[in-house]
Structures are given as C-alpha cells and as structure tokens.
Design a protein. Sequence first.
Length: 277
Amino acid sequence: MKLDINKPAPSLSSLASSLYNKYPVKAANFSPEATGSKYDSYYTQLKARVNGITHYLVDNYDALVKLYSGEQHKVWVKGSTEGQGYYIPNITLTKAMLGTLTHTMRIEAKHNRLVHKPKYLQGKKFDMVTWYAEHTACGYAACLIGSHILTGKLFPFMLATLLEEKTFYSTSYKLSPRYKLSSYELLNINSIAEAVVDSMYYAMGNSLSNSTYNFSYVNRNKRITNASLLTDKQLATLPFLNKHNVSAADAYQYLNLLHTKVLAPSNYYRYLFKAGA
C-alpha cells in the first residue's frame, strides 16, 4: 500500500484497520507457559503484524511525514475556565491513540475482565498498579498500556514513534526510520511499553499523556489538573483520578470523556507558529 501525497490523507483508523486485517493476531490460546504450536502461533502472528506495520511505515516514510506531522496538526485546546488551555503537539495522533485505547477499555469494562488476553489472563481484573507476569516474547501487564499492547493494535503509536524527530547523541546524526521502530520489533512488553509511552508524550504532551497511564491516581490527577482541561467537579469525582484500585470501567469513563468531549473539534483551534516567533 503506497500513500499518495496528492490525495487527501486517509484516516488513521482506516490505515490501521487495513493493516490489522492483513496481519491478524489471535492470542486467545496463548499463555506464558505455552510451548509448541500455541506459543509459535501467537508469537508468529504478533511478529508478523509488527514487522508488517514497520515495513509499511518505513516504505511510506516521506508521505507519512508530509501528511501526518507539521503545523496543521498542532492545536490549542480550550481550558475548563476562561483564559486557560492546553497545547497538543499532534491532535491527529492524539485522537487516534485515545480512540483505540478507549475501545480497548470499553471491551474490558463490558466484560469486567481482560477479554483480549490469552487464557492465562482471562478472568483477571484490570489493575493499573500490578503486573501479573512477564514473558520473554512479549510479556503481560495489567495496566491500561499493557492491556492495550496485548491487542496488537499499535499502529498510531508506531506512527508517532516514526514521526518524532530524534537524534543520536548529536543533532547532526538523525536516527533512521527503521531504527526508530526497533523497540517494537523486540516483542518485549517493557520495550514496547516504553516506546508507546514515549509516543504518547510526543503526540499529547506530558500532562495529558501521563494522566492516562501513570500508576498513581494522585499523579494522574495532578497531571490532568496541570493541563487545565477538566472542571473542579470532574477532578474531584472521576474515579480514575481519585481511586487507588480503579476498574476498566473507570479507565473507559475517563478516556471516553477526553476523546469525545474534551478533545471535540469545537473545543480547539489550530495552533500555527509564526516564523521567527
């Protein structure tokens, strides 16, 4: 699939869906103790998806940079009170990330258990603090980020990792597109989680991104308070921001609020920098 920069940019959800359909991941029968065909099947599928997305991103690097980065994606979101607001470096990526995270948490909340996961984790309760287990191939976490990683729906995060301008020790040596994505190809949940968190920071900024995944509800509350996006009542009553033991339903409620209302197009305007400013 080659992107045409002379045509309107396709939605990130449509690009992601086509790649997910091309490289399906079915983890239902996999567990950390699995051997043989069960282990090989899950690992092979996950590896194929990550490699497939990587190849697509690298092959379309120039077009992706032109279509999904730059000034047109920067916005200023209106704050909860007059005169306040929050700068989002890339609203297109931010909406895509929050959309896919919200979907994952909606499914988790509906069944009140980790339904996207292998049998080893099915029935486990959602947990923002405790990691259930690790595995050398991919590992398993129970937090919001870990739960989502296990779905294999990594496209917007990998795209953000690709688009972020990084240098290696010196500004004169830029990292290659393939090298930027190497953390995902390791298929280790620690490296992928770090890459996902870094990609969210790049797209959303520190306060908004940290409020979604920080293990401490105190810190989650503090971060989103700094962003000035929620009302005092929301800050004081949303369970995700005020409880130690939060549920997937609590996470879904918070993410859905951000995705559908706080970051609704009517709440922000394009933030265009002037040359020399």
